[in-house]
Ligand binder design. Sequence first.
Ligand code: UD1
Ligand code: UDP
Length: 360
Amino acid sequence: MKIASIVGARPNFVKLGPIHKSLKGSGNDHLIFHTGQHYDYEMSDIFFTEFTLPKPDVHLGVGSGSSCFQIGEIVKRLESKLVEKQIDLVLVYGDTNSTLAGAICANKCNIKLGHIEAGLRSYDVSMPEENNRILTDHLSDYLYAPTINAMKNLKKEGIRGKIYHTGDLSVEIISKTSSICKKSKILDILNLKSKSYFLLTMHRAENTNSKYLFVQLLETFEALKDSIIVFPIHPRTKKMFESFGLLNRLLECSNVKTLLPVGYIDFIALLQNSLKIVTDSGGIQKEAYLLKVPCITMRKNTEWIETLKGQWNVLTGVDSKKIVKAIKGTSSSSKYSKSAFGNGKTSHIISKLLSNLAMN
Ligand code: UD1
Ligand code: UDP
């Protein structure tokens, strides 16, 4: 069977790593189609190097733009490539615009579609990711749900495709990376000691479109002037600091170490050695949980509800007072479910399910 993975954004590449390896190992013909949604070296190519992924078989080169532009261009450019390469099944990952565009195109080309990380719901339809997930799930023939809650969400919605509980890819990715990342030099480069700093990321549209929330973030930094905060800045966020005229105020926060986005190995090294992580990312909430690093999520809701148990993850929104309180507070660590995200064999399970399809 000829399988094409459609990827385009940072979290897609992270999930692609173990799937590509498992599919290759199982003798499936696996092609990588890069939409070009992310294109900076540190948002794209670095992950191909770190996960020893081959150069994409197809690069659509779509780049940045509005959601309509991105989704429209990907669908338009992908169609002929799927047909030309005689693809039998398309795999999409997570909830990005590249995910939804890949799903629409597979559906319109009458090609079977599998969705990795299906069934997650934040129940907040103001987030583009929530709509991307729902639409992709409803277009999918095979839905690979990472958690029991995701399975339940899909069943509630009367999904037409076949649903499988596979566990989450992050378990195997983290377990491999957390040993590799001992080789990371990032702490030395930044002159940091383990467990002496907080790590922070922010890039979601609902947070970065608001000047008020950027001021809240700066007030957080200013209120924590005795704490070191490491802040790898997503290009969207950097652009918005500039356009709100707040970049200088950020640079004046001498307790904040700003850096370009880092590769996966350095990021996991930074996360593992941090006191706490403050983020609005989806994937990082789960990675923090797996590494037992307390997480403060600058959102009002989360699709990874398992992480909320035992206060491993607390929701604060981008509210300076709430973030500072959560940073200074103690974290409960009693309730922890080692198996909430599966047993670390997700890529193998998915690849076996795909091989079984090929035989039928
Ligand atoms: C996308 C996903 C989001 C995911 C995030 C991961 C959607 C709707 N959103 O958001 O769910 O959490 O990726 O990082 O798909 N830019 C660059 N260089 C790049 C990529 C982006 O400068 O390599 C800048 C551009 O100004 C662009 C902006 O970042 O307009 C936003 O990029 P985009 O891909 O639209 O969305 P993300 O915010 O990255
Ligand atoms: N990540 C990374 N470098 C960074 C920030 C994040 O490698 O500077 C990784 C992170 O560990 C996670 C993935 O990128 O696996 C998540 O991406 P992001 O937060 O951009 O997207 P989301 O998960 O919110 O969709």
